[in-house]
Design a protein around this ligand. Structure first.
Ligand code: MG
Length: 339
């Protein structure tokens, strides 16, 4: 019996304004997707569109309308379904990943097993997630560091004209490991100049120092040998990895970029074949979106799955990062329910 698709826009609020190097956005509208089969079993997924990659909640709804006639007759036919979706709407990663998550959720519920078990993964291998301290005044950032007391690793967004002040403010407030994401906000010269400063402040690794296309520049930053360099905006799908492999030490996977859970697994395998580190990140999203990514975290080195923890009105309960470590729900499928 044909799958029935329904989609609902959810407007998320963040606890604090979320600002990065290319500015802030208060539009955190995501799309909750449900696929119902003929037996009344429902698979859930979430689309977390990023305007940087050309998607909004409205383009997600339009993409879902275009994808609806291409839903598989058999939800277990996951590879063919995802390949088909990518042909119909190649650029709409967030929209496609919602359908991918919903199909995987449905399959897990049909066989009565959590997704990580279907993939043969040990949930105890899930890493600790970092927690992001958004750009703000020094006083507000000190307060945010205190609010983040339960999280053992902090992620700092740089790429501003007051990066040293921000680093000093955070380091004065805590001894925790820090990871830095410049969100493509630096030049090569600026990045090379910042490396010893980052090292001095105990930064673990540096994410996306330069614009996505500047792989020669990123390679130059990496060759300084000061800190591992991870690419995010430079690497969307598995096919990007051979190209970035010589320039960076690792990749950051996001479902909104790669468009499906199975593509995320291919990215992990491809990155490993190139000897690269793998991290998984997120957008501002609910626990439904976070949980879809959390299920493959036993395979990755580092996680930044704080999207739901940064929101003030998460409608779902699923994977969580309480105390830092990612805890996967043991219920079938994604294991997510309404709060
Ligand atoms: Mg990033």
């Amino acid at each position: 019996m044909a799958l029935k698709l329904s989609a609902e826009v959810l407007a998320l609020k963040t606890k604090h304004p979320f600002i990065i190097a290319r500015g802030g956005s208060s539009d955190h509208r995501v799309v909750w997707v449900r696929l119902a089969d003929g037996d009344g079993v429902e698979g859930w997924g979430e689309a977390d569109p990023s305007s940087y990659y050309g998607e909004t909640a409205d383009t997600v709804l339009e993409a879902l309308r275009r994808l609806e006639p291409h839903l598989p007759d058999d939800p277990f036919d996951l590879e063919t379904a995802e390949a088909h979706f990518a042909q119909v709407v190649p650029k709409n990663g967030a929209a496609r990943s919602a359908l991918s998550a919903a199909l995987h959720d449905l399959v897990g519920k049909r066989v009565g097993q959590p997704l990580y078990r279907l993939w043969g993964l040990d949930p105890r291998q899930a890493p600790v997630s970092s927690f992001t301290i958004g750009l703000d005044t020094p006083e507000a950032m000190r307060r945010k560091v205190q609010e983040a007391a339960q999280y053992p690793i902090l992620k700092i967004k740089l790429g501003t004209d007051r990066d040293e002040e921000i680093l000093r403010t955070i380091r004065d407030a805590t001894d925790k490991p820090i990871r830095v994401d410049a969100n493509a906000g630096w030049t090569v010269e600026r990045a090379v100049q910042m490396l010893p400063v980052l090292k001095e402040y105990g930064v673990e690794f540096l994410e996306q120092p330069l614009p996505p296309q500047d792989l020669d520049g990123i390679a130059k930053v990496r060759r300084q040998g000061v800190l591992p360099v991870v690419v995010d905006e430079s690497c969307l799908v598995a096919a990007d990895i051979p190209r970035v492999a010589g320039a960076a030490d690792g990749i950051n996977i996001k479902l909104a970029k790669c468009g499906s859970l199975r593509e995320a697994l291919r990215m992990i395998a491809t990155a490993r074949a190139h000897g690269m580190l793998v991290m998984v990140g997120c957008m501002i999203e609910t626990s439904l979106g976070i949980t879809a990514a959390a299920h493959f975290t036993p395979l990755v080195d580092a996680a930044d799955l704080d999207g739901a923890a940064l929101t003030a009105n998460d409608p779902f309960v699923g994977a969580c990062i309480d105390g830092g470590r990612i805890q996967l729900p043991a219920e079938p499928g994604l294991g997510v329910r309404r709060r």
